[in-house]
Design a binder for this molecule. Structure first.
Ligand SMILES: CSCCC(=O)C(=O)COP(=O)(O)O
Ligand SMILES: [Zn+2]
Length: 214
């Protein structure tokens, strides 16, 4: 299959969309400290040959500066001459692009994704049923039951990246790192955002349901 590189105008439009998403998610407090990272694919030549725009590491994502994004290659390394450092988690993004062929990936640390990932961490997945927002993940089956994968968290990013293939299920556009945060993806920037919002709604509802049962 041949892939076309996007035009300069399309690349700039994608960066502008990423900036908008960064602003919207920051307004919700989904990037505490300097946590979280956002990326969008901007060129694809073959399934294993692509590059993407990703947030620079350790930046306050609530601020806008010309140094917010840089371009990295299919192994998560900067593919332009720059003093900027790509997100420490670029290798995880690269692995997700390679495995799914998606167009955008968003990673956020929230209180609810951390609480729920710890609660279900030992069993390796978060079971969800009877939540209307499952439909926002593209699953329209009546009373669908889904399992959202939870991976262990390591300081060593390559150790996490090795586990990514086992956490990618074709019908679930995301996974959670235990006590760390979620990765959600989509076939466009706006689909990735929709998936992320659905996951976060699901986690908050699940947390509140469990709290009610106590
Ligand atoms: C500051 S939290 C630890 C790193 C992390 O998990 C994260 O999401 C942000 O890392 P980045 O290098 O993308 O700023
Ligand atoms: Zn993180």
């Amino acid at each position: 299959m041949a892939f076309a590189q996007i035009t300069l105008e399309e690349k700039q439009a994608r960066l502008a969309e990423l900036k908008d998403v960064k602003e919207q998610l920051a307004a919700r407090g989904w990037f505490p400290g300097t946590s979280g990272d956002l990326s969008a694919c901007v060129g694809k030549y073959a399934p294993d040959e692509f590059y993407f725009a990703i947030t620079s590491s350790a930046k306050d994502k609530a601020m806008h500066t010309p140094e917010d994004f840089l371009f990295v290659d299919a192994v998560g390394e900067a593919c332009e001459t720059t003093s900027l450092k790509p997100s420490r988690e670029s290798l995880i993004h690269a692995k997700i692009y390679r495995m799914t062929g998606c167009s955008a990936i968003f990673h956020v640390h929230t209180v609810f994704n951390n609480l729920i990932s710890e609660f279900y961490g030992d069993q390796g997945f978060i079971p969800v049923q009877g939540n209307e927002l499952i439909k926002e993940l593209g699953i329209w089956e009546e009373n669908a039951a889904i399992e959202i994968p939870v991976l262990p968290n390591y300081v060593d990013i390559p150790s996490i990246a090795k586990l990514v293939p086992g956490a990618i299920h074709s019908d679930i556009p995301g996974f959670v790192l235990r006590n760390h945060g979620i990765y959600a993806w989509g076939n466009s920037i706006w689909e990735a955002k929709r998936h992320l919002e659905a996951f976060e709604f699901i986690f908050e509802l699940e947390y509140r349901r469990l709290a009610l049962l106590r």
